[in-house]
Design a protein around this ligand. Sequence first.
Ligand code: KG4
Ligand code: ZN
Length: 336
Amino acid sequence: MVILGIETSCDETAAAVLRNGKEVLADLVSSQVDLHKKYGGVVPELACRRHIEVIGPLVQEALEKSGYTLSQLEAIAVTVGPGLIGALLVGVSFGKSLSYALKIPLLPVHHLEGHIAAAFIEHPNIVFPSVALVVSGGHTNLYYMSQKGQYRLLGKTIDDAAGEALDKGARMLGLGYPGGPVIDRLAEKGNPDKIPFPRPYRFSGNYDFSFSGLKTALMQVVSQNDRDLRQDSSGYPDVAAGYQTAIVECLVEKTLLAVEKEGAKGILLVGGVAANTLLRRKIREEGKRLGVETYIPSSRYCTDNGAMIAMAGVLHYKQGHFAPLHVNPDPNLELL
Ligand code: KG4
Ligand code: ZN
């Protein structure tokens, strides 16, 4: 079975070709980072226009790379939400047109279901029950999975997503966009204990997260040390390390709490922030310590990509869950 996966929910146009639910034959991502960089974040209207320009040639290139032709495709998987409505519309309209013209099913994929499916690309035999920590620029959700395709939301952020906190933190420090990778690199050279940051919501007694207070703490650090920091940027790595460690520890603690209380045998760590060096290391170490399996995709499958959407589409295909041609994208789609 050959599935085309399309992703346009935010600032990445992505297309991939997946064979037999396991072989990624092509996986192309066209990033819009350069377009949004000067604004310090994603500008929805610009994102949407760029998706329109890029999607056609990108799908064509992915097909060429895969060695398959349009007429050999058996299904189209596309992200139908959540995300930016204008951006989602481009992928969904493109997917609908192809599905109609080729007379093949359209598989509606939830973006977070896509991120979770990314773990299955390199780990086909995940043990259940597992918990899945989905950490991206827009989401920080912790799910209990009794089996593949079954998601029970345990907790989520009550304010900013972890990636958002990293991006906004980097912006405060004047480090550019997206901030997650910059903070990741900078923190490697810093001392995480030099500047203390709080661990918000640590003892909340549930699985929720909160990161907006950390931004305030960072703002205070920046304003108190502004002169020193500006005169001597050697202080940045310590700030980045302290800030990143606070975020990572909150994520890891709640995940481990869930593993323990829910009796999980595995941990899936997915989404853009799962590319973070410290978070990956901590989850691996803690998994080993507790004797539970850890499943973390390679970095390229953590950030938005088409392969994860095609992978999630496989399950829809098997279940005969096809989208009607009048399907519309939903910017606030819930994962059920
Ligand atoms: O999943 P994703 O590509 O898009 C969304 O669905 O939001 O995630 C993007 C987020 C951004 O906030 C970005 O800063 C963060 O993932 N990110 C990282 C790293 N690479 C990307 N955060 C921390 N460390 C990284 N290495
Ligand atoms: Zn994403």
